[in-house]
Write a new protein. Structure first.
Length: 404
């Protein structure tokens, strides 16, 4: 134990994980005292009976972590709740929250977690406890039993903390822990009480520790801090109240929207079922059409083979036609040549016919001319003599050219 008490304004790592949970817990006004107690008194072993979410346990561990103290913490709890905390267990898995914060915020601290009854934990404890914190069931019989079962395991220079010793009403009744605390104050010589956050009763085994703590608690600093913390918590509660009220209004609006949406969805579901029924009918029609299409495809395949043969035959005919067209063109050229030759022959024949006609006329003239010549010859010169009107062509035996 240090000669001088040290006051601190610690920051709790657990608040970073669950700020509202620990800052507003029933132990919130006592955390700074527990922190300073561990730093100033420096108990080697701390045992906590009933840790719930771990607000008090994490105050002890925060002091050990910040000041590098050799502290062993043992927490025992069934995490099943009691008459006063059962609602918390129904809403949330309390042990999971405790384990999560312990793992993430205080991984290097020496902590033993025993999920068992307090009597079972006592059987395993070897004693030498520097600080015993009793915060389990708040029934008178249970608190008294826990204190009597564990007090002999506390060391001679140790102390016992009992929570919820104030005469505050819980619902309509005073807690049994307050009634037992009044008995302890009459029986134990060295008791102190910090009347904040439900009240913390302190039982010191030796007068030296009692005197040391009495001077500290008499200054009222922790009551003032707790009052300030309570005011902050009340402000948190006030803000949360209005926030919750707004959220409830929003929830009601969302419920109406959800009801309308559900009705809309039910209409959609009915429509979908109708569509599914129609789809079944269409599916049967489509299956029939698919079968018909399959038949058509087979027919088309057969016709495609026939068309391919016809296409080949048409191409052959086209090739033949092309050949015939070429041959016809050649014949046409040859016919034009023959027509030209025939025309020329006709022209030549006409020329010859005209020539023959001229020759025949000339011949006829010649046949009639000898009588006239003889008459002229005998009449003028006589036979055999050449007169002035004699034809030179006749004299040399040539035939005169026909007149054009």
């Amino acid at each position: 134990m240090r000669e001088k008490w040290c006051f601190h304004q610690p920051k709790y790592a657990c608040d970073r994980e669950y700020g509202e949970l620990y800052a507003c817990s029933p132990w919130s006004g006592l955390r700074d005292f527990a922190y300073d107690y561990v730093v100033s008194v420096q108990p080697k072993r701390v045992v906590e009976l009933g840790t719930h979410f771990g607000s008090s346990a994490f105050a002890f561990l925060q002091a050990a972590a910040d000041h590098h103290l050799d502290l062993e913490l043992t927490v025992a709890d069934t995490w099943e709740g009691d008459l006063f905390t059962g609602a918390d267990y129904r809403r949330e898995d309390v042990r999971s929250v405790f384990s999560e914060v312990l793992r993430s915020c205080y991984p290097d601290q020496n902590v033993r977690v025993r999920k068992m009854t307090f009597d079972e934990a006592a059987e395993l404890d070897e004693g030498g406890i520097g600080l015993l914190h009793i915060d389990g069931s708040h029934r008178y019989e249970d608190v008294r039993h826990d204190y009597l079962r564990w007090k002999d395991l506390v060391s001679e220079d140790g102390a016992v903390f009992l929570h919820d010793t104030a005469p505050d009403l819980f619902g309509e009744q005073v807690l049994g822990s307050h009634l037992f605390w009044r008995e302890l104050q009459a029986e134990e010589p060295y008791t102190l009480e910090l009347p904040v956050s439900g009240g913390l009763g302190i039982v010191c085994r030796r007068k030296e520790l009692w005197t040391f703590l009495k001077d500290i608690l008499s200054c009222g600093r922790y009551e003032q801090n707790a009052l300030q913390t309570d005011m902050q918590n009340k402000d948190r509660v006030r803000r949360q109240y209005f926030r919750i009220r707004d959220l409830l209004r929003e929830q009601e609006r969302l419920k109406k929207d959800l009801a309308e949406l559900e009705e809309y969805c039910r209409g959609k579901e009915r429509y979908c079922r109708e569509l599914e029924e129609s789809a079944g009918d269409f599916r049967a029609v489509f299956d029939g059409k698919d079968a018909y299409i399959g038949e058509l495809e087979q027919t088309i395949a057969r016709y495609r083979d026939t068309f391919a043969g016809k296409d080949r035959y048409i191409r052959e005919l086209e090739a033949r036609c092309s050949q015939e067209e070429a041959l016809t063109a050649e014949k046409d050229r040859y016919l034009r040549i023959l027509e030209k030759e025939l025309l020329q022959e006709r022209r030549d024949l006409l020329t010859k016919e005209r020539r023959i006609g001229e020759l025949e006329r000339h011949r006829k003239r010649e046949e009639n001319r000898p009588d006239e010549a003889e008459e002229q010859e005998y009449g003028t010169r006589g036979p055999g003599s050449a007169g002035l009107g004699a034809d030179p062509g006749i004299r040399d035996g040539s035939i005169p050219a026909p007149l054009p």
